[in-house]
Design a protein around this ligand. Sequence first.
Ligand SMILES: Nc1ncnc2c1ncn2[C@@H]1O[C@H](COP(=O)(O)OP(=O)(O)OP(=O)(O)O)[C@@H](O)[C@H]1O
Ligand SMILES: O=P(O)(O)OC[C@H]1O[C@H](OP(=O)(O)OP(=O)(O)O)[C@H](O)[C@@H]1O
Ligand SMILES: [Mg+2]
Length: 283
Amino acid sequence: MKTLKIAIQKSGRLNEKSVELLKNCGLNFENYKSSLISPVSNFPLEILFLRDDDIPEYVQDGIADLGIVGENVIQETEVKVSYLQRLGFGKCSLKIAVPNNTGIESIGQLNGRSIATTYPVILGKFLKEQNIVADIRTISGSVEISPGLGLSDAICDLVSTGGTLKSNGLKPFADVMSSEAVLIGRAGSENEDLIQELIQRIQSVLRAKETKYVVLNVERDNLQAVIALLPGVKSPSVVPLAEEGWVAVHTVIPERDFWDRISQLKQAGAQGIVVMPIEKIIL
Ligand SMILES: Nc1ncnc2c1ncn2[C@@H]1O[C@H](COP(=O)(O)OP(=O)(O)OP(=O)(O)O)[C@@H](O)[C@H]1O
Ligand SMILES: O=P(O)(O)OC[C@H]1O[C@H](OP(=O)(O)OP(=O)(O)O)[C@H](O)[C@@H]1O
Ligand SMILES: [Mg+2]
C-alpha cells in the first residue's frame, strides 16, 4: 500500500499543536527533537518535520501529500496548493505597525517611507492595492526592532497578543491579512482515499473540540422545557432515573455559548449537571 507523507513544522509556533492534532487522530509516532522523518505505526503515513517556509513547496511539488502551515506562509510563497481544512490554531494577523510617536497617521503617509518585513510578497501586493509606493526592506527576523535602529519607518509583521509591538514602542496601524494554520494538499493526488480518511479523522477531532458532552437530571414535568434549549447532534437521549418522575438527559453542547446555555438549563429545572470533554465526533 502507498504511504502518505504529511509535512509539519519541526519547531516553532505550530509544531506542538500539529503534533497534538495528529496524535488526537489516533496516529502513533515518535516525536524526538532530532527526528526529521517519523513513520506512523498504525496508519500508512510518514511525518516530515520541516522549516515552515518549505512546507507549501514540498506539497506543491508532490514531495509531501499534505502539509500543516500558516496561511501567511502559503500566500508569501505563492505556491499552488489546495486548502483542505482550517485547523483553528496559529491564529494571528499580519499588520503594518509604526512607532508610537510617529507622524504617520494615514495609510497615504506610507508613500515614500520604508517598511521592514519578512513578508515582502504579501506586503508588496497590499501596498499596490492601496496605491502606495514604499521601500520594502526585506529582513529575516526581529523585525520589530528595525524602526528603533533607524532601519525603517514602519514594519509589517505577525501580531497576536500585540506584546512584541508594545515592548518595542510600536502601534498597529493597518491590517494586511489574518491567518491560521491550515491543512493543505494538492489537487488530483493519486492517494485520494487515504487523504480523505485522514481528513475525516482530523474533522472528527476538530468537531469534538468545539463541543462538550453534558448529562443532567430533570423532573419529567420540566423535560420539554429543557429539551427546547438543547441543540444536540440529533435529539437528546432521555434515560429514566431510579427516582420516580425524574430522567437523565444526555446531550452535546457547543463550547462557544456553553455558559449561557447552562444557566438557561438550570433555570428550566436542570440539576446535577455533569460536563465531559469529547474526544471525537464521527458523523
Ligand atoms: N505570535 C503568533 N501567534 C500565533 N501564531 C503565530 C504567531 N507568530 C507566528 N504565528 C504562526 O505560526 C507560524 C510559525 O511561526 P514561527 O515563529 O514558529 O515561524 P518561523 O520562525 O518562520 O519557523 P521556522 O523555523 O519553521 O521557519 C507562522 O507562520 C504563523 O502562521
Ligand atoms: O503579538 P505577539 O503575541 O507578541 O506575537 C508576535 C511575535 O510572534 C512572532 O514571532 P515569534 O515569537 O514566533 O518568534 P520568531 O520571530 O523567532 O519567529 C512574530 O514574528 C512577532 O514577533
Ligand atoms: Mg519560517
